[in-house]
Design a protein around this ligand. Sequence first.
Ligand SMILES: Cc1cc2nc3c(=O)[nH]c(=O)nc-3n(C[C@H](O)[C@H](O)[C@H](O)COP(=O)(O)OP(=O)(O)OC[C@H]3O[C@@H](n4cnc5c(N)ncnc54)[C@H](O)[C@@H]3O)c2cc1C
Ligand code: FES
Length: 230
Amino acid sequence: MIWIPGIDEVPMSLSLIGRDGTSGVTVRRRGEATNALCAKKAGEQIGVRGPYGTYFAVGEEAKLLLAGGGTGIAALAPLIEMPIMKKKDLTIVTGARTKAELIYLSRFKALHPVKTMRLVATTDDGSYGVKGLASSIVDTLLEKEKFDMIYACGPEPMMKTILEVSEKTDTPVQFSLERIFKCGVGICGSCSLGQYRVCRDGPVFSGDMLQGITEFGKTRRDSAGRIVPI
Ligand SMILES: Cc1cc2nc3c(=O)[nH]c(=O)nc-3n(C[C@H](O)[C@H](O)[C@H](O)COP(=O)(O)OP(=O)(O)OC[C@H]3O[C@@H](n4cnc5c(N)ncnc54)[C@H](O)[C@@H]3O)c2cc1C
Ligand code: FES
């Protein structure tokens, strides 16, 4: 949770976990808090609480598909950079609305030998890479190939589509989800999703945990606690 004094406190994923102890977040301007955060100058102070909640689990699985939509790729970047990933066969699908919003392409290309890493970029408007949605590429890949695990973070409709495809192809999946967070520690209920509090029980959920959660991909709570469509 990042506190911008006098403004708000908002949840952010660590997009950089450096071996030298440095940490970083990647911020997309949306409203008051993110605009204020982007306006900060070097040396100005912010507060940090956490980290809280669950994280992506990495096991023995060899062939991995990682799909990030928009700034969702920020949550996947430290996972992709884990030393253990050098031993895996990685396919990274990163999607954005347009070329200017695609981030980290050179960061990922610099990481691993080409043999074990495929990088597929998509844009909704076709200004770079494959024209279309990241979830369509995931769908096409899963039709042709078997993956041992999917990791995904992005807009919820994209993750809903990936959940459906993963069920059809019997592929395990882990998602990092977004809701409005206030307390960040399971008390206020603003991040409710079915029986879960996303801040405490997530933000990373397995596909199995999301089975039967009818709100997933459809509704969330707004900042006043009202249930609104996604
Ligand atoms: C676990 C988690 C990790 C996140 N990681 C990142 C990150 O790495 N980088 C990043 O830029 N953002 C991230 N976010 C989203 C970020 O917290 C919100 O964009 C931020 O709270 C918006 O605050 P604001 O005051 O700028 O916008 P507001 O003025 O509060 O809202 C602006 C608009 O964005 C919508 N909105 C606000 N918060 C959310 C949300 N959480 N989900 C969907 N829509 C929202 C509002 O409904 C409104 O339409 C993450 C959210 C969660 C829950
Ligand atoms: S943010 Fe308060 S319960 Fe999750």
